[in-house]
Design a protein around this ligand. Structure first.
Ligand code: COA
Length: 262
């Protein structure tokens, strides 16, 4: 693994970049510097054409991310609180949701507050059996500020999201699986391998089609945009890509497609 910056480690395996948030002594809590460094790393992953998928995880055995850095925001004003949330949305949470390559959260331990919101913004979540999830913000007198009020309800339904956010209770990985938060739950030692397996499968598909599918699936959850209309529009555009040509030609010739992402 390469220390890309103080709090971020990266490793590339085939076409997948594994990004590790590396602040284990603070259970990988997201301070301002970590947010900036994570943003820069994501921009790099976006710009490197050979990277086709990203896995996001936390350093150490104990935590994925234990939330926003409580010590840092403890004395914030209303304006500072607002800007903390807006900056996070822009640089990390919306940025991840709208990323053009799939991002899989490998939830290796506590995913609390901003940590769960980080996992929720990823396209998929694979959880270790020992992971624990929760949005404890109301127990601190705030509400989830990194998209948790929206994305939790989208994934697990409104009733259960109300329960989790209003009680601030923590749930287990099995609960998360039952409620649609976790795509898979695996033994801790199998976590990264399972994510790599999913990533490898996606990497063998057309990058342009994968990118478009992410965009169109997201569109259905944005009230100002019709997902169906965008789907029709983008479905048509796919026909103009070389990947489409290659995919169809390979199918007809009964050979494996070699996609170039063009
Ligand atoms: N922000 C800043 N520091 C945090 C943190 C956070 N969200 N979560 C953990 N830490 C720090 C602790 O302050 C402690 O630092 P220290 O060793 O310098 O005192 C270190 O990480 C280890 O955490 P600790 O609380 O000692 O571990 P624990 O095993 O007793 O408890 C948790 C683990 C996850 C239950 C507990 O750390 C916790 O409740 N964290 C806050 C979760 C939260 O409310 N997140 C939402 C924020 S909006």
């Amino acid at each position: 693994m390469v220390a890309t910056s103080e709090f971020i480690l990266t490793e590339t395996r085939n076409n997948t970049m594994i990004i590790t948030i590396n602040r284990p002594d603070k259970l990988n809590a997201l301070n301002r510097q970590t947010i900036e460094e994570l943003h820069e790393t994501l921009v790099e992953a976006e710009n490197r054409k050979e990277i086709r998928a990203v896995i996001l995880t936390g350093a150490g055995q104990k935590a994925f991310v234990a939330g926003a850095d409580i010590a840092e925001f403890a004395n914030y004003s209303v304006e500072e609180g607002k800007s903390l949330s807006a900056n996070g949305h822009f640089k990390i949470f919306n940025f991840i949701e709208n990323f053009t390559k799939p991002i899989i959260a490998a939830v290796n331990g506590f995913a609390l507050g901003g940590g769960l919101e980080l996992a929720l913004s990823c396209h998929m979540r694979v959880m270790s059996e020992s992971a624990k999830m929760g949005l404890p913000e109301v127990s601190l007198g705030v509400i989830p500020g990194y998209g948790g009020t929206q994305r939790l309800a989208q994934l697990m339904g409104k009733g259960k999201a109300f329960e989790m956010i209003l009680t601030a209770d923590t749930i287990t990985a099995q609960d998360a699986y039952q409620w649609g938060l976790a795509n898979h739950v695996v033994a801790p030692e199998k976590l990264i391998d399972k994510c790599l397996e999913i990533a490898a499968k996606i990497c063998s598909r057309s990058p342009t089609a994968v990118k478009t599918a992410i965009k169109v699936i997201n569109a259905g959850f944005k009230s100002q945009m019709s997902g169906f209309e965008l789907e029709i529009e983008e479905f048509g555009k796919a026909y103009g890509t070389k990947d489409f040509r290659e995919g169809v030609d390979a199918f007809l010739a009964k050979r494996k497609a070699e996609f170039k992402g063009e």
